[in-house]
Ligand binder design. Structure first.
Ligand SMILES: Nc1ncnc2c1ncn2[C@@H]1O[C@H](COP(=O)(O)OP(=O)(O)OP(=O)(O)O)[C@@H](O)[C@H]1O
Ligand SMILES: [Mg+2]
Length: 506
């Protein structure tokens, strides 16, 4: 007789049902797990054996076979412990088999039979809810699972509690949906940044329209400081966005309190990050930084110091909003619609263009250093601003506008954009101007005659690419939205937008 328990395997954010079949048959005592288990799954039999032992149960001295179907999909992770243990308990007659029907089970077992949190509970819960199934998950993941809808959820602390619930001797309540409180880090205020008015303006435009931004300037001028102010001016995630990005963090195991993220992600990987760390991949095809920054910001400080191949691998996701990772045995897609914010020095010494400080190799060293950023990557950056050295007079000046005031303008501009996209019926896929495709952009960004003439002339003079043309138009649309949302773009909107693309690389 075979006992069956449902669980899942993850392929990116896609969830594939897995049927755990357990058979106890006569023969020499053995415990075998088949169905392409990886090392963590194969080791599961030791944890299951020990957990049952902790409850005073011994595995029968018979032939125990566990099959994870479909057998040709590789099974990775430690969440198969609990379904295997429940399957064994049902096959041994400790719990009734019918109680496990229509139930998706995930959880890792400790040797003392407690159930440890595992990655990927949120997508698994969404999958269970969509198929009218119940979910059994670890207690530590209950707050995360409860966001998936009004499906039945059991989040036991240990195996004994779960068995008691199934047998009706103890009743477990549904866990409460929890919000992640760990992500409320204190962020610097824009008021603390002295001078740098152009860079502040560019940061506000980037925040309002979701545009990519590159800041170039000498050491100590405030580039990293400006970027770290960005979370303070971005609006919180909408419930739909929060669910999307929390799915990715759930799979990566980076939802620290087990609750949903509510602040926009701000990821700032060090420049030594490898390609799989940035775009995703590795042994288990985990999401990379660009996917963890989905619906938020990816900040790359000291841009030219990143490995060239690593930077180039971000080109396609920047256009498509997804990271597609192909391996010989798996093909996985993660969402990756992020806003790229980058900072760099103009050359290795950092003072190119300053006659008093630049080194003897100038200007050649600047060309060498800046050419580490390829033309195509540069073309994808909408706003490219200089961040000059701070003057003494700036440091003595009174404090400027605080982040809360800028955040209010950004929120108003984002509301105008969202309403416009909703009216066009594309609100599902587009929320800010940076998301608009060329078809939609042409509808939402009509220009006055002289504005169009200026853009056309500049395109010819500066040899802009078609992508550059549309990116300038998107930024101009955002500039107009920050100023109240005039429907037709004026010449000064285009002129300001053009001003942010003036850096030409050798
Ligand atoms: N515009 C500014 N207003 C106030 N403080 C500033 C400003 N610029 C720099 N500082 C001070 O200098 C410190 C270093 O600045 P920051 O790290 O932002 O420089 P950076 O431009 O990123 O330099 P690097 O190119 O070396 O990375 C900040 O923590 C802050 O204390
Ligand atoms: Mg810096």
């Amino acid at each position: 007789m075979v006992a069956r328990v449902n669980t899942v395997a993850f392929q990116g954010v896609d969830v594939q049902p897995v049927d755990v079949q357990v058979q106890i048959s006569n023969g020499l005592p053995a415990f075998t797990i088949v169905g392409l288990p990886d090392k963590a799954v194969a080791e599961s039999k030791e944890r299951v054996r020990a957990a049952l032992h902790a409850l005073g149960l011994a595995l029968p001295a018979k032939r125990l076979t566990v099959n994870l179907a479909p057998a040709d999909v590789s099974k990775e992770g430690s969440h198969y412990d609990l379904p295997i243990a429940l399957g064994l308990l049902a096959a041994m007659g400790v719990i009734p088999k019918e109680e496990l029907e229509g139930c998706v089970v995930l959880g890792e077992l400790s040797l003392d039979a407690s159930i440890r949190p595992v990655a990927g509970i949120l997508p698994a819960a969404v999958h269970a809810g969509a198929n009218d199934n119940r979910l059994i998950c670890p207690e530590g993941c209950g707050g995360e699972a409860a966001w998936a809808g009004d499906l039945d959820i059991l989040a036991p602390r240990d195996l004994l509690q779960l068995i008691n619930h199934i047998k009706g001797t103890q009743v477990l309540g549904r866990p409460e949906a929890r919000l992640n409180t760990m992500d409320e880090k204190a962020v610097p205020d824009l008021a603390d940044v002295k001078g740098q008015e152009t860079a502040k303006r560019a940061l506000e435009i980037a925040a309002a329209g979701g545009h990519n931004l590159l800041m170039i300037g000498p050491p100590g001028s405030g580039k990293s400081m400006l970027a770290s102010c960005l979370p303070g001016i971005l609006p919180p995630l909408s419930p739909k966005e929060a669910l999307e990005v929390s799915m990715v963090h759930s799979l990566a195991g980076t939802l620290p309190e087990g609750g949903l993220l509510k602040q926009r992600p701000f990821r700032d990987p060090h420049h030594s990050a490898s390609q799989p760390a940035l775009v995703g991949g590795g042994h288990r095809v985990k999401p990379g930084e660009i996917s963890l920054a989905h619906n938020g910001v990816l900040f790359l400080d000291e841009l030219p110091e990143f490995a060239r191949a690593t930077l180039e691998s971000m080109r396609q996701p920047l256009e498509t909003g997804t990271a597609m990772i192909a391996r010989a045995n798996s093909h996985v897609t993660y969402p990756a619609r992020y806003q790229l914010i980058a900072a760099m020095n103009p050359c290795r010494c950092g003072h190119l263009g300053d006659p008093d400080l630049e080194c003897t190799k100038a200007p050649r060293c600047g060309g060498d250093y800046q050419s580490k950023i390829s033309g195509p990557l540069m073309d994808r950056i909408d706003l490219q601003v200089d961040v000059p050295p701070v003057q003494v007079s700036d440091l003595d000046a009174p404090k400027g506008e605080c982040s809360a005031d800028v955040a209010a303008r950004v929120a108003a501009a984002r509301a105008i954009q969202a309403a416009r996209f909703d009216a066009l019926g594309v609100g599902n896929t587009m929320r800010v101007n940076a998301h608009s495709d060329t078809n939609v952009l042409e509808q939402i960004a009509p220009m006055e005659e002289d504005a169009k003439a200026l853009l056309n002339k500049s395109m010819e003079a500066a040899k802009l690419s078609a992508r550059g043309y549309y990116r300038i138009l998107r930024v101009a649309r955002t500039i107009a939205d920050l100023a109240g949302g005039a429907e037709i773009l004026k010449k000064h909107h285009i002129a300001e937008s053009l001003g942010y693309r003036r850096i030409s690389f050798n």
